[in-house]
Design a binder for this molecule. Sequence first.
Ligand code: NAG
Ligand code: NAG
Ligand code: NAG
Ligand code: NAG
Ligand code: NAG
Length: 443
Amino acid sequence: MKPNSVGFPHGKNNTTYQTLIHLSTSKILLLITLTLITLTVIPLYFPFHKFPSLSSHRSSASPATISPENHPQDSLISIDDNHHKCDVFSGEWVPNPNAPYYHNTTCWAIHEHQNCQKYGRPDSDYMKWKWKPDECNLPVFNPYQFLEIVRDKALAFVGDSVGRNQMQSLICMLSRVEYPIDVSKTKDENFKRWYYVSYNFTMATYWSPFLVKFSGPTETGIFSLYLDEFDENWTNHLEEFNYLVLNGGHWFSRPSLYYENNEVVGCKFCQKENITDYPMTFGYRRALRTAYKGIMSRKNFKGVTILRTFAPVHFEGGEWNEGGDCIRTKPLRNNEIRLEGSNLEMYLAQMEAFNEAQKKASENGLKFRLMDITQPMLLRPDGHPSKYGHWPNENVTLYNDCVHWCLPGPIDTWSDFLLHMLKMEGRRSAQEKLIQRKRKIAS
Ligand SMILES: *[C@@H]1O[C@H](CO)[C@@H](O)[C@H](O)[C@H]1NC(C)=O
Ligand SMILES: *[C@@H]1O[C@H](CO)[C@@H](O)[C@H](O)[C@H]1NC(C)=O
Ligand SMILES: *[C@@H]1O[C@H](CO)[C@@H](O)[C@H](O)[C@H]1NC(C)=O
Ligand SMILES: *[C@@H]1O[C@H](CO)[C@@H](O)[C@H](O)[C@H]1NC(C)=O
Ligand SMILES: *[C@@H]1O[C@H](CO)[C@@H](O)[C@H](O)[C@H]1NC(C)=O
């Protein structure tokens, strides 16, 4: 796989932001989630020494800047107590003069094709924003706090190169505290394993662009997707992990033959007689179901599964191969754009599969969570490499990359979300322990 080969963007193009459709599914789900969370509010339970003042500021307060010099751990942990009843994924981008928190000279983990400053991107304002949820504050990523939470734990990223993009951003965000050592079991760059020595924290990435078993491409560029078969490259290793961050979607735009039960059941862009051509959501929905089944089939996996939702692409003025590009330099506001076209279809398909799976998972005592970055990232057409992911004379397939994200850049915010979610997990499990203890006492 070529490093930059993730996302042939897809679907019918519609780059003028016209069709106005709201994320209603998301909102409903969030309402349910929020209700559940509100019902289980209890004080934080983390192995920290102290909790600093729980801020009751809402919109006005900006989180304190973290600097390595003033890092006494306890003073850095600031938790916005509004979070338990706050949908952190709905909000707007606001200026953050303190960002970015690393540079290409201070972090070696930046992937070549996402090193936008190196390749001459002239503007830098796109790095200077942070996400402001409507109802609360999302603290800027605190690497010390993150590493405390994941001490003695292991986290896996499973999916495509946007997942790798996220992991590299996280390595850079953590680099003020510590760099990991490479403990990969293979030389294959698609299966990296990083180890944080001081924290006994392992972070691994598993390449699985379709999330299910696949082969190909053939000479004519067609993949074979076994939509009902696990990709054992990652499902066989799940037991090693406490957290699993799953992602995917972009690869389903590629020409593929779909197999179920080892028989062809359809395809995408295969142009073969007698084979039904399906939209990319057909394969994506089924692959997600199989991935979730794979997770639930591992009896000893007790970790938290996080679906990182579809990251929108931002080609304007044409498709990826028609001269489409992303040249904006500022975030949009919510009233300036709506999710539409294939971004929307992919989003809805994945929500459907997730909601089904989450129900089953919770019956089996498994935790499935959503990192719902689709709307926040839809507002960031300015965050992609565009033509600054390579030198101008280089011959690359995706010349204008409006799929991946520059580092540093808006994808760094995914670490803010991840940390928030891990904190919420801590609250929930403390609550569960409390309930169990009460039951024991009662019986
Ligand atoms: C970092 O970016 C600068 C431009 O801001 C560039 O000149 C330099 O080569 C880059 N360094 C690395 C190590 O990527
Ligand atoms: C390190 O973490 C692993 C889990 O990832 C755990 O099994 C092991 O006991 C930890 N080692 C130490 C020395 O705490
Ligand atoms: C597992 O990974 C290897 C190495 O990248 C790859 O060749 C193989 O196709 C993968 N297996 C599946 C089932 O996707
Ligand atoms: C399509 O189906 C017909 C009738 O079943 C069969 O004769 C023909 O060989 C098939 N074509 C292909 C390309 O499989
Ligand atoms: C770029 O690469 C493509 C495919 O590898 C090739 O067909 C084309 O001739 C190349 N163009 C240049 C200018 O090298």
